[in-house]
Design a binder for this molecule. Structure first.
Ligand code: BGC
Length: 253
């Protein structure tokens, strides 16, 4: 059961760090989101400063609210193991320890795509689907989340599947489409290979496609032919914040 306090979700990205308190009954922000530029040198200390500023901003509303932080990284038991779009000095950092000390609150830290997947499964495009849901975020890289009957299998990292000897996210991310100036059709051919491969390996009941480009889903999703339905995410760029907050609340229960 969710507590009455409104947990604060924070989503750390390569260009911005965003946070808001979340109303878990509605699955939406309880106050206007605050966004602060990611520091040029996005080291743990610099990023933690920004997170503390965001938490302070909302802190008066609910002093004891727990905090969930989504990072573009593999995170196992609070320890950061990889770093995509944040400084490499994150690797090996005990992020939960660092943030708990600094914020004086209960903190959970998880992968950004996992946070988005949790939110979409609970409140968004996956809420009516039982069975296996795979969330993918198409952005600078490809993030993935696997949820079976609502339970997350963390840190799936399927954006790094090798296709033709190459990391899938290199050729198939939204950034690849922009950098190579691909048409929607050209990009859809790459997406088709990627999702077909995922489908052959994992047989999901639903694919959800998130990331900024999901707002143009009508341009590329109809070009894909898969066994499972593939749909656009519904929560937009709120998903990471909402999922991180939900995780923080559940950890407290
Ligand atoms: C990283 C993932 C991350 C994704 C989206 C990938 O490059 O390996 O950990 O979830 O980008 O940020």
């Amino acid at each position: 059961m969710a507590k009455e306090t409104r947990p604060i979700g924070i989503d750390v990205g390569g260009s911005g760090i965003k946070g808001a308190p979340v109303d878990l009954k509605k699955g939406e922000f309880a106050a206007e989101r605050l966004r602060i530029e990611t520091p040029k040198e996005s080291t743990p200390d610099a990023v933690v400063d920004v997170i503390a500023e965001i938490v302070d901003h909302f802190g008066d509303r609910d002093r004891k609210a727990p905090v969930g932080v989504a990072l573009p990284a593999v995170v196992t038991r609070g320890l950061v193991r990889t770093a995509a779009n944040i400084d490499r000095s994150w690797i090996g950092t005990d992020a939960v320890h660092l943030l708990t000390e600094r914020l004086g609150r209960q903190v959970v830290v998880l992968n950004d795509a996992d946070a988005a997947g949790i939110a979409e499964r609970e409140y968004g495009a996956g809420r009516d689907t039982s069975g296996l849901v795979i969330m993918t975020t198409l952005g600078t890289g490809i993030g993935t989340a696997i949820l079976n009957e609502g339970h997350l299998v963390p840190n799936s990292e399927l954006g790094h599947l090798r296709i033709d000897g190459e990391d899938a996210e290199k050729s198939t991310s939204s950034a690849a489409r922009e950098n190579e100036d691909l048409s929607w059709e050209e990009w859809a051919e790459r997406l088709q290979r990627y999702y077909a491969r995922l489908e052959d390996l994992l047989w999901p009941d639903l694919f959800i496609v998130g990331g900024g480009v999901a707002k143009h889903a009508d341009k590329f999703l109809p070009l894909l032919h898969l066994r499972a339905p593939i749909v656009a995410a519904r929560l937009g760029n709120s998903a990471g914040i909402i999922g991180a907050a939900l995780r923080a609340s559940r950890a407290q229960d």
